[in-house]
Design a protein around this ligand. Structure first.
Ligand code: GUN
Ligand code: ZN
Length: 428
């Protein structure tokens, strides 16, 4: 057994439905005990088990907390962050498709994969749902890099067969076969999972969606990862391409909505669509930074949650401009503020950790520090920058401490990352 002594914070319940005081635990002088890859204890230091164990004294300037969960991002888009001007559809054509075409070259994919997982770990993200490109080999490379790092990832080969440059199109059959081969190789291998990943309805023919649905029927515990209702012009385009149905119905018709379906954005969903998603148990990845960057619109968080749809937070790199879940929490706060709603630090931190893990159906495994879960955690350094130190010293409560970290924290705060009881990244 291994014991860490520090401040310890973890969400334990949903603060949108539970009294906020009961939604977390915090120990000013606490411990986290791990054994192998599991958490075996968490509590006040005075109650630390006296068994023989190795003890690491971290002191009061370190907060041990669960790792962040990024429920939607695109690995190949890391290099195009900040490609400015235009809304979603213009941005896709002008920047995104040319960037993704470069991943035909495995050496390029390998270089970006290394930087990508470096960035996630540097920022304390220990679990993520990730888009690759249409390229089978590049997708294989992203999986292999995640495995090499001991990272907990759900990844999928993007499926597309219309409305993009020829170099990014494939036949539904090739898309099916390559996705199937990757799924069989990587799904449930260690910490890795496979997501069947049609990009979105506009780049899919009915035949491609049928192929995706066929895969989901063959492998019901695989994930489905796509986009929905991010932008008004996109929604209109889907109505033109699939006139007989609403956006969510298009996916539903091909059997793509289930509990392991994660749909990015959902800014413009109708009441009927929200009801359908709730019935199917499908999840939304809210990406506030991306929605602001592309000017997509303002997500109605409470409305979505109250409809019974689970929500996680995503950076949506590269329409999102940062891998930081601190900034993503801060932007989620601001997106609700301009709609007259103030999210609490507990609500924001929940969305970035346990809420995200639950949105990815991984809530029994990660997202919070609780006995029997995987030992996935970060060490946050309250003295990491002069501003973080100043803000943390004056924090009047744990709530205020978290608020300060959300708005002043960045990658410098993240001192160490552990996944499954292994240290996977360290600043020192
Ligand atoms: N919709 C379809 N593809 C994309 C993408 O790459 N990024 C975002 N933000 N939305 C999309
Ligand atoms: Zn996206």
């Amino acid at each position: 057994m291994r014991v860490f002594r520090a401040r310890v914070f973890t969400p334990i319940a949903d603060p949108f439905t539970t009294d906020s005081a009961k939604s977390y635990t915090y120990y000013d002088d606490g411990f986290l005990a791990i054994d192998g890859d599991r958490i075996v204890g968490i509590g006040d230091w005075r109650e630390v088990p006296r068994q023989s164990s190795s003890l690491t004294q971290l002191g009061r300037d370190i907060v041990i907390a669960p790792g962040f969960v990024d429920t939607h991002l695109h690995a190949p888009q890391l290099e195009m962050i900040g490609s400015y001007g235009g809304d979603l559809l213009e941005w896709l054509n002008r920047y995104t498709f040319p960037t993704e075409a470069k991943f035909r070259d495995p050496a390029h994919a390998a270089m970006v994969a290394r930087v990508f997982f470096d960035e996630l770990l540097r920022n304390g993200t220990l679990c993520a749902l990730i888009f690759s490109t249409i390229h089978e080999e590049a997708t294989d490379i992203f999986f292999a890099e995640a495995e090499r790092r001991g990272f907990r990832a759900i990844i999928g080969k993007t499926m597309m067969d219309r409305n993009a440059p020829d170099s990014l199109l494939e036949s539904p059959r090739d898309s099916y076969e390559q996705s199937r081969a990757l799924l069989q190789k990587w799904h449930k291998r260690g910490l890795l999972r496979y997501a069947i990943t049609p990009r979105f309805a506009p780049t899919s023919t009915p035949e491609l969606l049928e192929a995706a649905g066929q895969l989901k029927r063959e492998f019901p515990d695989a994930y489905v990862h796509t986009h929905i209702s991010e932008n008004r012009n996109e929604v209109q385009w889907v109505h033109d391409l699939f006139p007989e149905a609403e956006y969510a119905d298009v996916y539903d018709r091909y059997g793509l909505l289930g509990e392991r379906t994660v749909l990015a954005h959902g800014v413009y969903l109708s009441e009927e669509e929200l009801e359908l998603l709730a019935r199917r148990g499908s999840r939304i990845a809210h990406c506030p930074n991306s929605n602001l960057f592309l000017g997509s619109g303002l997500f109605r968080l409470h409305h979505t949650l109250e409809a019974g749809v689970a929500v996680g937070l995503g950076t949506d790199i590269g329409a999102g401009t940062t891998p930081s879940m601190f900034t993503t929490m801060a932007d989620a706060y601001k997106v609700q503020q301009v709609q007259g709603i103030s999210l609490s630090p507990f609500q924001l931190w929940y969305l970035a950790t346990l809420g995200g893990a639950r949105a990815l159906s991984l809530g029994d495994e990660c997202g919070s520090l609780e006995p029997e879960k995987s030992a996935d955690f970060v060490m946050l350094d309250l003295k990491s920058t002069p501003l973080v130190a100043l803000r943390s010293e004056r924090a009047s409560s744990v709530e205020d401490l978290l608020a300060g970290l959300i708005f002043t924290g960045d990658d410098r705060v993240v001192r160490e990352c552990w996944i499954g009881g292994q240290m996977v990244a360290s600043r020192s």
